[in-house]
Ligand binder design. Sequence first.
Ligand SMILES: [Zn+2]
Length: 171
Amino acid sequence: MNTRPPVLPQEAALDERDGRYLRQAIALADRARERGNRPFGALIVSAQGRLMAEASNANGESGDCTAHAELSAIRLASPLFDRQELAGATLYSSAEPCVMCAGAIFWSAIGRVVYGIDAVRLRVFRGERLDQKDAELSCRDVFDASSHAIECIGPALIAEASASHEGAWKR
Ligand SMILES: [Zn+2]
């Protein structure tokens, strides 16, 4: 188990376009929470600015522990678009993708990721209950092992992305 003290990643600056789409992902996270799920949202946007897919976490509604927003968005987009289109796309996620979703991003060939709250800051919220701990591996650890380049920007809009999690993990 990792016993190193947590290092808080620095906030990345976003341009107008990335900021707009990341805020949409955060809005999807809030919608997920309203429906009794963990507060996570994600969307996939093409290089030309076309919305390819969007999804919210559905753990609570479905009982499916793999119903993460990023994975669900990839499952929607993957059958509809070829690898070249996906390679030019950006996946926006309200939070840093977990190990499973980082793996799905790798398999999808999506070439760019922008995320809100990072996994280290998210652990403060997860820590409110012991059975909510995640695997302590950054999505960048997965992307760095990829045979194709995956650009990764985050954490970004940390305060806005964190607000979705205030009081959401206590029960
Ligand atoms: Zn995930």
